[in-house]
Design a protein around this ligand. Structure first.
Ligand code: NI
Length: 144
C-alpha cells in the first residue's frame, strides 16, 4: 500500500470554482485525483523539456501520400532515428490523406527530433508528439 500525504492549498475561491467545474466536466470524482494528474503531467513535461530521460512517445501525423518522395523520406527518417520504434499504424483516411501513429521509446531529445523532422517535411500537414515518461512513475520501460 502506497503512503499518502495530505496537504493544504491556499487558493482564490473563484479559481477553485472554475477548477471544480472543469474537473467535474472531465469526470473526476474528486479534486485529489485531478491534482495528482496535474502534478504527474507537469513532471513529465519538465523531464521532456530538458530532453533527458527515457520517454515513451507517440508521433501522430497526417500527410498527402502523393507528395513526391515524401513516403520514402518518412521511411528513411524512421530507419535512421536513434529511438526504438515499437509500432507504427497507417490509416488511409481519404483518397489523398494518410494518418500514421508511431510509438517509440528512447531519449526525449531523440524522440523530439524525430517528431520535428517528420513535421517539417513538405507534404506533412499535421504532426504532434506526445510524451510520457515511465520513470516519472518510478518504472523502467522495457528496452528490447
Ligand atoms: Ni495511406
Amino acid at each position: 500500500m502506497e503512503k499518502i500525504v495530505r496537504f493544504g492549498v491556499s487558493i482564490e475561491p473563484e479559481l477553485l470554482e472554475r477548477f471544480d467545474a472543469l474537473i467535474h466536466a472531465e469526470g473526476y470524482g474528486n479534486r485529489s485525483e485531478a491534482i495528482r494528474d496535474l502534478i504527474r503531467k507537469r513532471l513529465v513535461e519538465a523531464e521532456t523539456e530538458e530532453g533527458r530521460g527515457t520517454v515513451a512517445a507517440t508521433i501522430t501525423f497526417l500527410y498527402d501520400h502523393h507528395s513526391s518522395d515524401l513516403v520514402n523520406s518518412l521511411i528513411s527518417i524512421q530507419h535512421e532515428a536513434p529511438v526504438d520504434i515499437k509500432a507504427s499504424t497507417h490509416v488511409h483516411l481519404t483518397h489523398d490523406l494518410c494518418m500514421e501513429v508511431i510509438s517509440c521509446i528512447g531519449e526525449a531529445r531523440e524522440a523530439r527530433r524525430l517528431g520535428d523532422r517528420i513535421k517539417s517535411l513538405r507534404g506533412v500537414l499535421f504532426a504532434e508528439t506526445v510524451y510520457t515518461t515511465p520513470e516519472v512513475f518510478g518504472k523502467e520501460p522495457h528496452k528490447h
